[in-house]
Design a protein around this ligand. Structure first.
Ligand code: WT7
Length: 657
């Protein structure tokens, strides 16, 4: 834990002693009404986890009941654990049919607003029809249970329908964030040998069209396994349709049968893949399975967002990330909630678009990211104060540690000091929320994710796995198995073991630093590995480095994060050039652009610093710690004794702008 982002957060959070208890009014209507109730439920959930999770699972519909709730891995740990063994269910059935065939047929399921301003409302009944018909379209293409289907779309109802239709027939979806470049699509599609891609002509963002289909066309030149492309018509912009491969969503839907019975999925059948960055150059495809994932996304949505029948729930995350999977689509829909979806940017056409949406649709629960809150703060409270926001009753954050000042701004300006804030800590790998306050029960402290969710046993340990006393920083691990944990890395089980289970034997290692205070509250301190968090998006330093060295003029590259007021971390790249090339501003821009083209705009380095050499140890390892220090403070004061060539530091410093 050497980066100063972590240090800063630790410093400010150590000074933080404000506590905000839920109001009596909020608590009275909440699912969990007091700390005592939370503690009793928590105690039962960890003392009798099988009984606890069986009760939770019992709130969903199963075609066949499980025979065992939990079967631990061979070594008795969560590594290799199975949940709801022998149970059969279908997540699209629990998200849609259960409500459409029950009392919620005419309740709005998806309330969508396009960036240009159009609004669409789909009831659970509508969703039932659309999902079944689209599932039949997929079946008609010969797509069957177990086939991988890539989804590359913008935020629109059809994206949710695509996921639910895949889940319905047992096809394994692999959503690729619409901001990723063609190259990133190629890697992901080929790694899991997708048979089809679902996309759309274009999507709107900040007033411009993102031509998704054209990017798919470029990618598919290098994806031999893809036989079909289904194109949703969003903007009617001109696209090329490849004969025999590409079909239009609307035309296929018209021809499709109305009824499609859900596939009976085994609890441990894969539901989806989602690629995320790790410490190597290649993103890993985490595999989430059906039963446990359904149960924990359902239960966390119910309790952490305290979902009530009349809530209008809005999570601003893109479905391209895990937050969108679990808390735009699967969690809230299993709860029968009304889910708001917005297509575009928060500052389009003006800085108050989100607040307009909240007032227009009477949003009650609003879940967003600290990086967004920092942007709102910068744009100014005037934009917020033009709107009432009176409908809001609960706020949430996710993606990175929230600094106490941003928390206070969110509390004051958006929550009007009335709404509890749930700071939710979790990861792509955990599938669902792990640490967060239960809002009617647990008092909040600005900057802390507070206490574990039911059934979750976090611990702060040393590198050797020894418990660290309260108040001291260490590594965050989870001691016991939880239902929504990713089961493996697609096609690479060794990488899964190595990344999560080897570091601290017997425990799941998160890659995060944390400390626990005397009240049992967890304070997250950021990543302790070579993973960056840029605007709440995860990026591997190695991933950016491999994009950099793929540039013909770049010889070597090292990437580090440096603290950034808006993004949390900014990407700082140190680059050495191949012989014969000279440093220029033009080349710097070319290299930044190159990375954006290789990975996507979110990976574009903020700084590119040219240097003659990189600091390495005698065994040839790049000393990122020194680069991080240099990028952050402009100085290197840390321990340099293992450095191979002491002259390097002077050279690096000399090259600073
Ligand atoms: C990493 C996971 C979980 C969905 C969004 C990101 C950081 C996430 C918090 C939080 C402090 C957080 C961690 C984690 N993180 N939420 N509330 N407080 N840090 O998912 O891309 O898998 O990234 O995000 O560092 O390991 P992800």
């Amino acid at each position: 834990m050497t980066s100063s982002v972590e240090g800063q957060n630790l410093d400010s959070s150590l000074r933080e002693n404000r506590v905000f208890a839920p109001s009596a009014e909020f608590a009275a209507k909440a699912h969990v009404k007091s700390l005592e109730e939370y503690e009793a439920m928590y105690r039962r959930s960890v003392e009798q986890p099988e009984e606890f999770w069986a009760d939770a699972a019992g709130e969903l519909e199963w075609f066949e009941k499980w025979t065992r709730v939990l079967e631990l891995g061979e070594d008795g740990s969560g590594n290799g654990a199975k949940w709801f063994v022998g149970g059969k269910l279908n997540l699209s059935h629990n998200c849609v049919d259960r409500h459409a065939l029950g009392a919620r047929k005419d309740k709005v399921a998806l309330l969508w607003e396009g960036e240009p301003g159009e609004v669409r409302r789909l009831t659970y009944g509508d969703l039932h029809e659309q999902v079944q018909r689209f599932a039949n379209v997929l079946k008609g293409l010969g797509i069957k249970k177990g086939d991988r289907v890539a989804v590359y779309m913008g935020m629109c109802p059809e994206l949710a329908i695509a996921l639910l239709a895949c889940a319905r027939i047992g096809a394994v979806h692999s959503v690729i964030f619409g901001g990723f470049a063609a190259h990133a699509i190629v890697d992901r599609v080929n790694d899991s040998e997708c048979v089809a891609v679902i996309t759309q002509d274009s999507s709107y963002r900040r007033g411009t069209e993102i031509k998704l289909k054209a990017i798919v066309d470029e990618a598919l030149e290098q994806c031999p396994t893809v036989k079909h492309v289904v194109v949703y018509r969003r903007s009617d912009t001109a696209v090329k349709m490849k004969e025999g491969r590409d079909i239009w969503w609307d035309e296929a839907l018209l021809a499709a049968e109305h009824e499609c019975a859900p596939e009976w999925m085994d609890a441990e059948d894969p539901l989806y893949l989602l690629y995320t960055s790790g410490t190597t150059g290649k993103p890993k495809g985490l595999v989430h399975t059906t039963g446990g994932y359904s149960v924990q996304t359902y239960l966390t949505s119910k309790y952490v967002f305290d979902l009530q029948e009349d809530d209008v729930y809005w999570c601003t995350a893109d479905v391209g990330w895990v937050t969108g999977h679990s808390y735009v689509v699967y969690g809230p829909l299993q709860n029968g909630a009304t889910v708001v979806m917005y297509e575009g940017a928060p500052n389009w056409p003006e800085f108050d678009r989100f607040w307009k949406i909240i007032d227009a649709h009477k949003v009650t629960v609003f879940y967003t990211a600290p990086t967004a809150i920092r942007a709102f703060t910068k744009w100014g409270a005037e934009w917020v104060r033009k709107h009432s926001l009176a409908s809001l009753r609960l706020l949430g954050t996710v993606g990175e540690p929230i600094n106490p000042e941003s928390w206070m701004w969110f509390h004051r300006e958006i929550g009007k000091e009335r709404c509890p804030i749930v700071d939710t800590y979790w990861q792509t790998e955990t599938g669902a929320i792990m640490i967060a306050p239960i809002p009617g029960a647990v008092a909040t402290k600005p900057g802390s994710a507070t206490r574990p969710f039911f059934g979750i046993v976090p611990e702060v340990v040393t590198k050797e796995g020894e418990p660290v006393p309260d108040g001291k920083g260490g590594l965050l691990v989870f001691r016991t198995a939880w239902p929504s944990m990713a089961r493996t890395v697609y096609g690479n089980p060794e990488r899964y073991e190595k990344a999560y289970w080897v570091e601290i034997p017997g425990s799941y290692f998160t890659g995060d630093g944390a400390r626990r205070d005397a009240d049992g509250y967890y304070w997250l301190m950021g990543r302790v590995d070579d993973v960056l968090n840029v605007s709440g998006h995860r990026l591997g330093t190695m991933e950016v480095e491999s994009a950099l060295v793929a540039h013909p003029k770049v010889a070597e590259a090292a990437v580090v994060g440096r603290p950034d007021d808006l993004k949390g971390q900014a990407i700082c790249a140190f680059v050495t050039l191949e012989m014969g090339h000279t440093v220029s501003e033009e080349l710097r821009q070319e290299i930044r652009q190159w990375v954006a083209k290789e990975i996507g705009a979110l990976a574009r380095p903020d700084d590119v610093r040219f240097t003659e050499a990189l600091p390495k140890t005698r065994s040839g390892k790049i000393m990122r710690r020194l680069l991080r220090e240099l990028a952050t403070t402009g100085e290197v004061k840390g321990d340099t004794t293992t450095l191979e060539d002491f002259g390097v530091i002077a050279k690096l410093r000399g090259d600073e702008e």
